[in-house]
Design a protein around this ligand. Structure first.
Ligand code: GDP
Ligand code: MG
Length: 208
């Protein structure tokens, strides 16, 4: 057996070419989840300051009849393993973003991806709310705090956020916001809502 592999969490100090000093910068893991085609890869790509790592592949004949593309017929690429990106929200806080596939056949990946994650953004498409039910249920089961971001597609009929909250059976305390996953500013604002929520949750726990 060789020596144990170090991972991101075991860094001992800055390395050459490293602009982040671990002593002053908090690195936080955040997961972006949602059903198939809701815009996860788009959001991670829009906000990431590093070239997002994505493992998109052209949908093959193998996914025909497996991936439900009703409503997203124009979609020809699908994320196979995950998306990865990074965004500095300020001088002290860096988010590492992990986009996870919504398809049920990738759920075995969830365990590893949620390890160490502080929270999640659940992206939804109001034309296909049903693809989000399983994802929300899984987060609730795991006790991962999340916010819901409604990705506004142009041909989606507008719905009041409170109606969406009701349709998804969300607790009143769970933040729900609108976003445009293609927009860097909008996607960044969405992540700020998540961070604010996580901060408030922590503060509330400490008060008890
Ligand atoms: N109009 C519009 N299209 C979007 C938006 N977000 C994503 N898309 C498109 O929707 C499709 C699915 O997005 P993608 O990010 O691949 O979804 P994923 O499966 O959740 O990763 C792509 O063709 C995107 O260009 C959005 O906010 N508005
Ligand atoms: Mg994707």
């Amino acid at each position: 057996m060789g020596s144990p592999r170090s991972d991101l969490g075991e860094r001992t100090g800055p390395r050459a070419g490293d602009e982040l000093s671990p002593s002053t910068v908090a690195a936080v893991k955040v997961v972006v989840v949602g059903g198939f085609g809701v815009g996860k890869t788009t959001l991670v790509g829009a906000v990431s300051e590093i070239r997002p790592l994505t493992t998109e592949e052209t949908m093959t004949q193998a996914s025909v009849g497996v991936d439900d593309i009703a409503g997203v017929e124009g979609k020809t690429r699908t994320t196979v393993a995950m998306d990865f990106g990074r965004i500095s929200l300020n001088d002290e806080l860096v988010l590492y973003l992990f986009g996870t596939p919504g398809q049920e056949r990738f759920w075995f990946l969830w365990k590893g991806l949620f390890e160490g994650a502080l929270g999640a953004v659940v992206l939804i498409d109001t034309r296909r709310l049903e693809v989000s039910f399983d994802v929300l249920g899984r987060l609730e089961d795991r006790g991962v705090p999340f916010i819901v971001a409604v990705n506004c597609f142009p041909d989606a009929p507008p719905h009041p956020l409170e109606a969406i909250r009701e349709a998804l059976d969300l607790e009143p305390s769970v933040p729900i916001v609108e976003c445009d996953a293609r927009s860097r500013a909008s996607s960044r604002d969405t992540l700020l809502v998540l961070m604010r929520y996580l901060y408030d949750l922590t503060a509330a726990t400490q008060e008890r």
